[in-house]
Design a binder for this molecule. Structure first.
Ligand code: GLA
Length: 385
């Protein structure tokens, strides 16, 4: 991280001919378990990954807008500073404009600014590169304004930015993960109360292996919003405010058509998160891994948000099994592509990754990217040493 921060600061100096006054970083996330539960008032259990978006920024006295050079994309984004900053923007500009717009609408507009953004969070891999960008921008706005909001307010503003900027009706998980996670801990977030609880994940014997299927997911293509609507309809039919308050028996007896499997996923997944968080607290990794497998099957069969490549990675991991060092594996994030998360014995991580990658290479003819990560810290301002 410090290398990326230094590189971003140097790029700022070179581009604008003066030093940045603010450096901040916000990580991507990988969700260990609890998928498509956040917008149902449920539970999620993500960790921040050791991949982040860094912003270097400074006020621009003579300007009236925000000028952001996106180093990894090679594009400059120019955004106005009012509540409509996101209008007419696309790509990174939509997220940046979304955050600037929400801060303006909430009465804390950013001053005119220059910035450079760089990132090593893989794009479109289901690892919340967009939340990392949003939270980094938010930290920079606050620092330039000389204020510091609490992480929850910041995360909620960034969620709103994603809604208005990118048009994705996402839940709270991604922005809360990036804003709130703690190093060495998973974040057990109750998405109803927004109460975080930090679950230690410090056992050096287990590691988190992330494999990018290479299939680009696009949450904006309507499937995500469609799932969300199904859940709302199911809750309405069951006479509850959200699926958090439904139980499996009611789902089985009172719902039919696609609403039944959709709701069954959500209700059983929320239970799995509660159990898995408890497993993590007691280092019961085999039991945790079983819950991951159940989660994957539920997402594949009931919620129908997986895809062939994700299923193949999970199947390859499960075939290696506990004797080969795999506790459990599942798709992670919104689905339809993106990444898998596999809980592995640390001493087997490299071999497990190589075996899965070789398997996928044989089957699909491309080599997936992968990395092993420890639970990283959430967003923070940085000072360069
Ligand atoms: C995306 C959304 C999150 C969450 C996940 C699925 O990442 O941004 O809010 O709904 O999908 O768990």
């Amino acid at each position: 991280l410090s290398r990326l921060a230094q590189k971003t600061a140097d790029a700022f100096q070179q581009r604008y001919g003066r030093p940045a006054t603010v450096i901040a970083a916000a990580p991507g996330r990988v969700n260990l378990i609890g998928e498509h539960t956040d917008y149902n008032d449920g539970l999620v259990l993500p960790i921040a990954i050791e991949r982040a978006t860094v912003i270097a920024a400074a006020p621009a006295a003579a300007a009236t807008a925000a000028r952001v050079w996106c180093e990894s994309l090679g594009v400059e984004v120019n955004v106005s500073l009012g509540p409509d900053s996101h209008v007419g923007q696309h790509g990174a500009g939509a997220y940046i404009g979304g955050v600037l717009g929400v801060y303006a609408a909430e009465g804390s507009p950013a001053p005119p600014l220059d910035a450079v953004v760089d990132s090593d969070v893989p794009l479109g891999a289901g690892l919340s590169s967009s939340a990392a960008l949003e939270v980094a921008i938010a930290l920079a706005i606050e620092a330039l304004r000389g204020e510091e909001l609490d992480a929850r307010t910041r995360a909620l503003r960034c969620q709103k930015a994603e809604h208005i900027g990118a048009g994705v009706p996402c839940g709270v998980m991604d922005q809360f993960s990036s804003a709130m996670c703690r190093e060495g801990h998973a974040l057990l977030l109750d998405c109803r109360t927004l109460e975080p609880s930090h679950v230690p994940l410090a056992d050096p014997g287990v590691s988190v292996l992330v494999i990018d299927s290479g299939v680009k997911h696009s949450l904006a293509d309507g499937e995500y919003a469609e799932r969300r609507r199904s859940c709302e309809q199911a809750a309405e039919r069951l006479g509850v405010g959200s699926l958090r308050d439904a139980d499996v028996a009611a789902v089985e007896s009172s719902l039919d058509g696609t609403l039944r499997p959709r709701a069954r996923h959500v209700v059983t997944e929320i239970e799995r998160v509660a159990r898995a968080a408890d497993d993590a607290r007691h280092c019961r990794w085999e039991s945790f891994g079983e819950a991951m497998g159940q989660s994957h099957r539920s997402l594949r069969d009931d919620y129908q948000v997986s895809c062939e490549e994700l299923d193949a990675i999970v199947a390859a991991a499960e075939q290696i099994g506990i004797l080969g060092g795999v506790y459990g594996s599942r798709m992670t994030g919104g689905g339809f592509g993106g990444s898998t998360v596999t809980l592995v014995r640390s001493d087997s991580a490299l071999e497990v990754a190589n075996r899965i990658v070789a398997d996928i290479q044989r089957r699909f003819g491309h080599t997936p990217e992968w990395f092993v990560t420890r639970p990283a810290a959430g967003a923070q301002r940085l000072t360069l040493g």
